[in-house]
Each structure stands twice: as C-alpha cells, then as structure tokens.
Design a protein around this ligand. Structure first.
Ligand SMILES: Nc1ncnc2c1ncn2[C@@H]1O[C@H](COP(=O)(O)OP(=O)(O)O)[C@@H](O)[C@H]1O
Ligand SMILES: O=C(OP(=O)(O)O)[C@H](O)COP(=O)(O)O
Length: 408
C-alpha cells in the first residue's frame, strides 16, 4: 500500500484544491520556465483528464523580496506544459476567487493568486492554528478534497500546506509521491566511500541547520554562495556581510553565527571553504581575489574563484556520493557560473551517486548543456530534500501520512 492516498484514489467528479510549488526565478517580472512547471503539469493534467474541477494554489517569493510577484505569468507557463487552458484569478479567497471557483466546470483548471499575498499564509504555526484561519475556513467548504503536490515546500508550516489537510480529505499528487519516494530511499542509502555535500545558494538559514543535523552522514562539505561567505566570516575573513543595499548576509549571520561557529569548531576538518572569490571588475569582466589577501569587503562576491574549483573538483571525483544544495555563484550570469558548472561537470564525469536539488540550482543543468541523465536524481526541492536526508519528518507530509492512517 502506498504511504499516501494518491490522486488515483479520488472520488469521481471531485472539486479538488491542489497545492503546487511554482516558486521560480523571476526575470523582468516574468517567471522563468523550469522543472517545477514540467513536473507539476503531470498532476494537473491527470486531474483534469479524469474530469475533476481543479483549483491550484502556489506561492512566489516572499513579501519584501524582488521575486514576490503575482502568479499571472505562471498560469501561461503552466498551461503550455499541461496542454490545457489554465485560468487565473488575481485573488486568493475573496469574492473574485470564490466566484471563479464556483464557475468552474468539470475538467477545467484555475490558478489562484500567490498564497503569500494572503496575510494568514506565512507565519509558521501548528496545523490546528493554520486550519483555523479565515483563508482555510473560507476556501475548504468549496472543495471535496485537498491534494498536496508541493514536496519542495513541505518543510514550511504555512496555511496552504498544513491547514487544509486538517479541513479536507488529503491526497498526494504525482510530484509529492515521486519526490518522497526518491528522497526517502536516498536518506536510507549507505555509501562505501566518502559522502560530499556541496552547499551554496542564498537560503543559508535552511542549509546551516541541516548541516548541523546531518552530523557524520556527510564526510565533507564544500561551501560557496551565501552560506560559504558566512563560514568565511566565522573563520575570521572580512566577508559574509552586506554592502549598502544588500540584504543577504547580516540577518542570516545574526540567526546562524552560533551554529556556524560551533560547526567550524566541532567539524572544521569536514568543512572546505573557498580560497578565492569572483566579482565584477571595473571593466565589467569577471575578476578574482584570494580570500587570504582580503582586508575588507568592497565588492559583492558572485562566485567562488578558479582555485576553489580546482580544489573542489578532485574531492568530488573521489566521492562515492555527492549531494548538491544551492549554487556556488550567480550562475544565471555566465561570468559567474564557473563554480556551479565546475562542480556539476565534475559530478557528471564520475559514476558517483549524485543528487542535485533546488528549483533554482537545478536550472544550471540545462542552461550549461549538461545531461540530466549524468545525475542519479535531480530534485525540484532544495531545502526540503536536504532536510529529508536528516531523516527529520517534513510537517506537510506527516499530515498526508496521517490522513492515510484514517485522519489526524
Ligand atoms: N554569492 C552569491 N550571491 C548572490 N546570490 C548567489 C550567490 N551564490 C549563489 N547565488 C544564487 O543562489 C541561487 C540558488 O539559491 P537557493 O534559492 O538557495 O537555492 P535553490 O532554489 O536552488 O534551492 C541561484 O539562483 C544563485 O544566483
Ligand atoms: O523554492 C523553494 O525552496 P528551495 O529554494 O529550498 O528549493 C520552496 O518554494 C520554498 O520557498 P521558501 O524557501 O520561500 O519558503
């Protein structure tokens, strides 16, 4: 028996409320196509083909961040992948949303506005508190069932993820099933040789706590991105802080510096830090500086340098397993892709077991002509997948499992 009830178990002609994760890179206000659309499209298509009325919820960015936008552009990208029209209503649970939901016919698909535009979505709270919000209490009665397909957001205790499964019978979508199975199997795997984790990206808070919880399961961590700079700061270098107008380092330093210092103290031998960093030189080209030569941070560091790539690549080649969470630099800009691509190429060249995770990071595979088949698993989840490696339960998934056991 499956761990979850799945969309194959739905009663016929259901009114289905589905949580997807369409959180995507935004360029010029538009969502950039990525694996999340392609993978979730299968769930949406299967539900619509079965004749259900399908209402989709998803989030984009966080209030205050540049990538916090409406989902109007997401509907068109998703429609291309589903091969069906996806209507959009610029409302979460107000009159316009309710009217659009009521008007839906069998087999039609409607995307609601960014769940994070609803004040009750974000503050993390218990499922019972989230189920008691206006948001959940208003929408739930319009549906027969709730489907969670957002594995990659399952580490968040937000209303759309943990509130609805208490209010409606809850099912797992196709992505939820496949990512759960893959990541649970990976978490149980034993490896004979060294296990390496490449840690980068911008969400340092997500990865640093997990690095601590992974303990001896990972033999060495190769760092870059924002987390890498925070570790360099803890090691006494003048980096890992915000320059004017930046909002990447100082807050995450305040939250994490004790953990970072403790990890360095207890597992310093397992931590490999950048020995050089890349930035935009005066002529607009990529320039590099050795970390040991830095007296102060005057530039934004946008990648690890070439000496760091040369240091990390052999360590990857001799690994039995490599897990990647987060890019080592701003790979979307070709000048700053060397770290991320260098690491991915080293993985692709070897036959180690490998997982590349993260909605943003996994895009580097197709952007730079790498072959997805050279990696054991490319996950559309970032924070959720590395948390799964610790064996720690993900709150939104626990609620689906409980539903399978006969309700919470
Ligand atoms: N030094 C850096 N400064 C700013 N952004 C960075 C840096 N290094 C990596 N990034 C960005 O991190 C993003 C991926 O990080 P994150 O959102 O944490 O991971 P994911 O979505 O893949 O789980 C990439 O889009 C990349 O541009
Ligand atoms: O993109 C996501 O996570 P990821 O960057 O860890 O892959 C999820 O949509 C969660 O988004 P959040 O980290 O803003 O809560």
């Amino acid at each position: 028996m499956s761990t979850f009830q799945t969309i194959d178990d739905l009663p016929a002609d259901s009114r289905v409320l589905v949580r997807l994760d369409l959180n995507s890179p935004i360029e010029d206000g538009e969502p950039q196509d990525n694996r999340r659309f392609e993978r979730h499209a299968r769930t949406v298509r299967d539900l619509a083909d079965a004749g259900h009325r399908v209402v989709l919820m998803a989030h984009q960015g966080r209030p205050g961040r540049d990538d916090f936008t409406s989902l109007s552009g997401h509907a068109a990208v998703l429609a291309d992948h589903v091969g069906r029209e996806v209507d959009f209503v610029a409302d979460t649970y107000g009159e316009d949303a309710l009217a659009a939901i009521e008007a839906l016919e069998a087999g039609e698909v409607l995307l609601l506005e960014n769940t994070r535009m609803c004040d009750e979505e974000l503050p993390e709270a218990s499922p019972a508190e989230k189920a008691d919000t206006e948001f959940v209490r208003t929408l739930a009665p319009l549906f027969d069932v709730y489907v969670n397909d957002a594995y990659s957001a399952a580490h968040r205790k937000h209303a759309s993820l943990v509130g609805f499964p208490l209010a409606l019978p809850a099912y797992a979508g196709r992505v939820m099933e496949s990512e759960y199975e893959a990541n649970t199997a990976i978490a149980r795997k034993e490896f004979d040789g060294p296990v390496t984790m490449v840690v980068g990206g911008t969400k340092a808070t997500d990865v640093i706590g997990v690095m601590d919880a992974l303990g001896d399961r990972v033999d060495r961590f190769l760092l870059g991105g924002v987390a890498g700079e925070l570790f360099l700061r803890a090691a006494g270098h003048p980096v890992g802080r915000d320059l004017e107008g930046m909002d990447l380092f100082d807050e995450q330093w305040d939250v994490n510096h004790e953990t970072v210092e403790a990890i360095l103290e207890e597992r310093g031998d397992a931590i490999r830090l950048a020995i050089d960093l890349a930035y935009e030189g005066a002529d607009g080209d990529r320039a590099e500086v050795r970390v040991a030569d830095l007296d102060e941070k005057t530039d934004a560091y946008l990648d690890v340098g070439s000496a760091t790539v040369a240091d990390y690549a052999p360590l990857i080649r001799e690994s039995d397993a490599v897990f990647v969470k987060g890019a080592l630099g701003v790979f979307e800009d070709e000048r700053f892709a060397d770290g991320t691509v260098g690491v991915l190429e080293a993985i692709a060249e070897t036959d180690c077991f490998s997982v590349v995770g993260g909605g943003d990071t996994s895009r580097a595979i197709e952007m730079y002509g790498l072959d997805e088949d050279d990696f054991s698993h490319v996950s559309i989840a970032g924070g959720a997948y590395i948390r799964a490696l610790t064996g720690e339960p993900l709150p939104a998934i626990e609620l689906l499992r409980r539903a399978d056991d006969g309700g919470a």
